[in-house]
Design a protein. Structure first.
Length: 75
């Protein structure tokens, strides 16, 4: 692994020094300054709650496993 310094602007990274490579290389970019990032609509760990799940299942008269098996058999 090699660490290089550069600047990111408008979707491109410009390296401060040239790095010779004859093939494309995968990179990891780490932003060293604080930046505001728009929150994605993806799933976050905070979206999961054991107590919320218990409340959602309170009216379930059978086991969750049996209900899932029945649902999958119907597919």
């Amino acid at each position: 692994m090699v660490a290089l310094v550069g600047t990111y602007l408008n979707g491109q990274v410009k390296l401060d020094k040239e790095f010779p490579s004859k093939k494309p290389l995968k990179v990891i970019v780490t932003f060293l300054e604080e930046v505001d990032v728009e929150k994605s609509n993806g799933i976050q760990l905070s979206d999961f709650s054991f107590s919320k799940s218990q409340k959602n299942l309170i009216d379930l008269k059978s086991s969750l496993s049996d209900s899932l098996i029945d649902e999958r058999d119907g597919l």
